[in-house]
Design a protein around this ligand. Structure first.
Ligand code: SF4
Length: 676
């Protein structure tokens, strides 16, 4: 019997699309967008269209595997779940006895965004006394930057942009990574809105803009200050709004005065004329709307960059106007009550935390605190964590026991001692919120588990039973947990209950489209141009324009490198799907014709990209779509799918951004040389 059943895209993407899955003979035969989803409106990206191929891929793991060959060799034999979980329980006990429970480290992130399973291992590791993982690799710096200017909480909803007359997309390749925002922008354009993109390269989105400001990576705060100076200098500031809703304008004006267009042009590479043009357009627009991606935050001074951008709407009073504001992250996730599922109270006092960006350091044999058992799920750190060489050295340690729960034998799973087959989102019940819209949805299984695969929650509950953990969280079912998350949630989830979600159709959380119209969750309740809380941390209380810089080792690595996503992959996911790899083509690096000519590099030629951390082989793409001195390598390819066997994170560092502890993925100095 054929049928289309509702589900939700589980991947780490702001859109969280409503899906319809056609099931034939117990298999997911096709997926399409749910036309009744009010935000995602019936279409999917090219990645998700391949989801059935991924779910039923012949190389999908279908049984637990035990390593039989040397570490990393990929040699395994199938074992039963009982054998696998007994072995894991024994190793956990032995490790805790030999080197303390804190020598166990879980490593997980957003390989699946459903709240039940994404968070389904935390209570287990807390009870065990394992080291905690600081899950800050992605969005924490952007959140912190915003929090120190506008306060925490949701930002302006993307759909609000339909009423805007000037949309500025700052550091987001919307057509690749936030596709369902585009129709709202197009609706505004039909009414006459202008679209401006600020980005270090001419990506698909920038190519469709009315104006593109191509800036050097890490110079976003300088550009924001330059725009502020134009607004102040040309009397385009909304003085009434500033007087009523902000703190520290006089100090900000002094700082902005140090950033006239010519100075900012030198710092950013953006011509002074374009800075003035955008400043004027922004100041004269009735309702300017900014969409920030995460790109500006992936810098050593990424928190400062996000803070500086976030302050712009307040200067012109945009928060008080229909269609005006700034979008970073919306959604109801922050309003759920995750505490009963996370069970943080079970963790012993003083349990250490490892920042996931610094996995390579944490796994080093001489690390101050040893990690002797690593349990990886919903992440692929051998590809996605920075400084891959350091991570791989750690994973290769003979004295490290590595458990990996995965759907495929990823580059991390290949190093595992024990591999557990993970279920796909189509095989489990979960609750989804989005960070790009305000709709909440539940999904139930639409197919039976493929092979012997099991969900995250099921595995950790079984492990808990083996270790004698008796708390309720280790016995509760998926729907019971969902009811906990909703029952203790904030009032904006009123009416969103297990029962009302049970049709698996989206329900809207009561979050305003323009939350900043209702005030700011800062200590002062106002927009803080001057931040006392940053001053108390010993940080610059005002926006600072000094660009982020990686160490270039005395000029040995003169080119800046950024590593944004590639349209065909979602982090390292979809590398497994042949068609997506074919569509993506060979891993490449974009560089300016002047830089190519200076190095004897031809368009399409193979090049070696290197710095003190490592090297990889890529295909040169020579174009003026970047500034001289800047290079761009899109996409997280598995090393196995690159000619040199090394992905781009061999070149990125474990350095942390200034606020929030995220990775500075886009702050790298490299050199590029032709390969004959
Ligand atoms: S990856 Fe994003 S755009 Fe693609 S289907 Fe999933 S939520 Fe939608």
């Amino acid at each position: 019997m054929d049928s289309w059943r509702p589900s939700v895209c589980p991947f780490d993407c702001p859109d969280t699309c409503g899906l319809l899955v056609r099931v034939e003979g117990g298999r997911a035969a096709a997926v399409k967008g749910d036309p009744q989803h009010p935000f995602t409106r019936g279409f999917l990206c090219q990645k998700m269209a391949q989801y059935p191929a991924r779910v039923h891929h012949p190389q999908r793991l279908r049984a637990p595997l035990l390593r039989t060959g040397p570490k990393g060799s990929g040699q395994f034999k199938e074992i039963s779940w009982d054998q696998a979980l007994s072995l894991a329980a024994g190793k956990l006990g032995d490790t805790a006895e030999a080197s303390g429970a804190s020598s166990v480290l879980p490593y997980s992130y957003a390989g699946h965004m459903g709240h039940v399973h994404r968070n389904g291992g935390h209570a287990f590791f807390h009870k065990l006394g394992a080291s905690k993982l600081g899950r800050t690799i992605c969005s924490a710096t952007a959140s912190a930057g915003f929090a120190h200017g506008l306060g925490s909480g949701p930002s302006t909803d993307l759909s609000w942009s339909q009423y805007s007359d000037l949309i500025v997309i700052w550091g987001s390749n919307t057509l690749s990574t936030n596709l369902h925002a585009w129709p709202w922008f197009q609706e505004a354009r039909k009414q006459g809105a202008r679209l401006v993109v600020v980005d270090p390269y001419r990506n698909q989105t920038a190519a469709k803009a009315d104006m593109h400001l191509m800036l050097r990576p890490g110079s976003d705060a300088a550009l924001a200050l330059g725009l502020m100076q134009v607004l102040i200098d040309e009397d385009l500031v909304d003085r009434e709004y500033v007087a009523a809703h902000t703190l520290g304008f006089a100090e900000l004006a002094q700082r902005a005065a140090q950033h006239p267009p010519e100075t900012v042009a030198r710092l950013t590479g953006v011509p002074a004329g374009q800075i003035v043009e955008l400043g004027r357009a922004y100041g004269r627009a009735k309702a300017p709307f900014i969409r920030t991606g995460w790109g500006p935050a992936r810098q050593l001074k990424g928190g400062m960059a996000m803070r500086a951008i976030a302050l712009l709407p307040a200067l012109v009073g945009a928060f008080g106007r229909r269609g005006g504001g700034i979008a970073r992250s919306t959604g109801a996730g922050a309003y759920l009550d995750l505490a009963p599922l996370l069970a943080g109270e079970l963790a012993p006092e003083g349990t250490p935390t490892v920042n996931m960006v610094e996995l390579g350091r944490a796994l080093a044999p001489d690390a101050p605190r040893p990690i002797n058992l690593l349990w990886v799920y919903l992440s692929n750190p051998a590809v996605v964590a920075p400084d891959t060489s350091a991570v791989l050295k750690g994973l290769a340690r003979e004295d490290l026991f590595l458990v990996c729960q995965e759907m495929f034998l990823t580059e991390t799973a290949r190093w595992a001692d024990l591999v557990l087959p993970g279920a796909s989102s189509l095989e489990m019940t979960d609750l989804y919120t989005a960070y790009g819209h305000r709709w909440v949805q539940m999904a139930r299984p639409v197919i039976a588990p493929v092979g012997l695969s099991r969900s995250i929650l099921a595995v950790f509950q079984e492990m808990a039973a083996r270790l004698g953990f008796s708390e309720e969280v280790f016995r509760a079912g998926e729907e019971e947990i969902i009811s906990w998350l909703l029952a203790g949630g904030s009032p904006c989830l009123e009416g969103v209950t297990l029962e009302s979600l049970s049709s698996c159709r989206p329900l809207k959380a009561d979050i305003p489209a323009n939350p900043y119209a209702e005030g700011f969750l800062t200590p002062s309740g106002k927009v803080e141009f001057y931040s006392e809380s940053l001053a108390a941390l010993g940080l610059d209380p005002l926006p600072g324009g000094e660009p982020s810089r990686d160490d270039d080792h005395g000029g040995a690595y003169p080119l800046q490198l950024i590593t944004p996503p590639r349209e065909q992959f979602l982090n390292s996911t979809f590398n497994e799907v042949d068609l997506q790899r074919q569509r993506a083509g060979e891993a490449s690096i974009l560089l300016h014709p002047l830089d190519a000519a200076a190095r004897g590099i031809k368009d399409g030629g193979r090049v070696r990209v290197f710095n003190a951390r490592g090297e990889c082989l890529l295909r040169a793409q020579v174009s003026d779509a970047v500034l001289p001195g800047v290079t761009v390598a899109e996409g997280l390819y598995w090393g196995a799918h690159t000619p040199g066997g090394a992905g781009i994170n061999h070149l990125t560092s474990q350095a942390l951004a200034d606020l929030g502890g995220s990775s500075a993925f886009h702050c790298n100095q490299v050199e590029v040389a032709p390969v004959s």
